[in-house]
Design a protein around this ligand. Structure first.
Ligand SMILES: O=C(O)CCC(=O)C(=O)O
Ligand SMILES: [Fe+2]
Length: 256
């Protein structure tokens, strides 16, 4: 899309829309919330989404919504296996505040643009982080870039590439699952280094903002000693975004 069209859908307070690269040669992204898929197949749109005009990108909205819902359904099936592994009802994660109607799942598309100069040894596209939600389903092109650290407590940390695989998702455990499972499932520390242009699509399974994030282990179990107090997902999420509001992005862009 031309630059001026991208700017019309600049990322908002609800973290939807277009995120420009903070600097030339960095990642640009587009994020849309899933909304709710009704029984008649019509999507009730997330009102905070920012869609490009259909004249500029015909079919975009429909394609993203379809991709997002089909991928979310794959995620819900994985969530059933996770529920079973945790000794919960298979449909535990289908509750409205989990990944039923009130979920706040988003789909983000990332474009790591061509680097200006390849002189530096390692081009960091995304700093090391863990995703916040239950799980993330990533689909990537053939470009190498994604790295994981298997033991996030180890010092020094050791990083390895995740090889791109056609017709497959890379699935990450997120912080929400780590917390719910009382650290039985550990969230995956990952980052992106890259040398060439790269595309990636992630669907991040996020519950409703009011969903209580707490360990689901029996309250009297030893592992569930009150390491963390129950927290609403909104609060669990907020501090991570503290630094990436539209305002800070605009400031960074002025500097760049
Ligand atoms: O580009 C990728 O492969 C991963 C992006 C990522 O880690 C994220 O958006 O959370
Ligand atoms: Fe991530």
């Amino acid at each position: 899309m031309p630059e001026n069209e991208k700017m019309k859908i600049l990322w908002n307070e609800n973290h939807r829309g277009y995120q420009p690269p903070v600097q030339k040669g960095y990642v640009e992204a587009y994020t849309a919330g899933a909304g709710v898929l009704k029984d008649d197949g019509v999507v009730k749109d997330d009102p905070t989404n920012l869609w490009p005009s259909a004249d500029v990108l015909p079919g975009w909205k429909e394609s993203i919504q379809k991709y997002e819902h089909e991928t979310l359904n794959v995620g819900r099936r994985v969530a059933k296996l996770i529920a079973r592994a945790l000794g919960l009802d298979d449909d535990f994660f289908d509750l409205p505040q989990m990944f039923g109607d009130d979920n706040t799942t988003v789909c983000s598309l990332f474009h790591y643009t061509d680097q200006e100069n390849g002189s530096s040894e390692e081009k960091l596209g995304r700093m090391g982080h863990c995703d916040v939600g239950l799980i993330t389903l990533l689909a990537t092109d053939d470009a190498l870039g994604l790295q994981i650290c298997r033991d996030k407590e180890a010092k020094p940390q050791s990083w390895e590439y995740v090889l791109p695989k056609k017709r497959a998702f890379t699935v990450f455990v997120g912080d929400m699952l780590e917390r719910l499972s009382g650290d039985t499932f550990r969230s995956v520390l990952h980052k992106v280094v890259y040398f060439q242009e790269r595309y990636c699509i992630g669907v991040f399974l996020l519950p409703s903002y009011d969903c209580i994030i707490e360990s689901l282990l029996a309250p009297n179990s030893e592992e569930n000693s009150s390491k963390y107090s129950p927290e609403k997902f909104r609060d669990f999420l907020d501090f991570r975004y503290a630094d990436v509001t539209a305002e800070t992005i605009q400031k960074q862009m002025k500097v760049a």
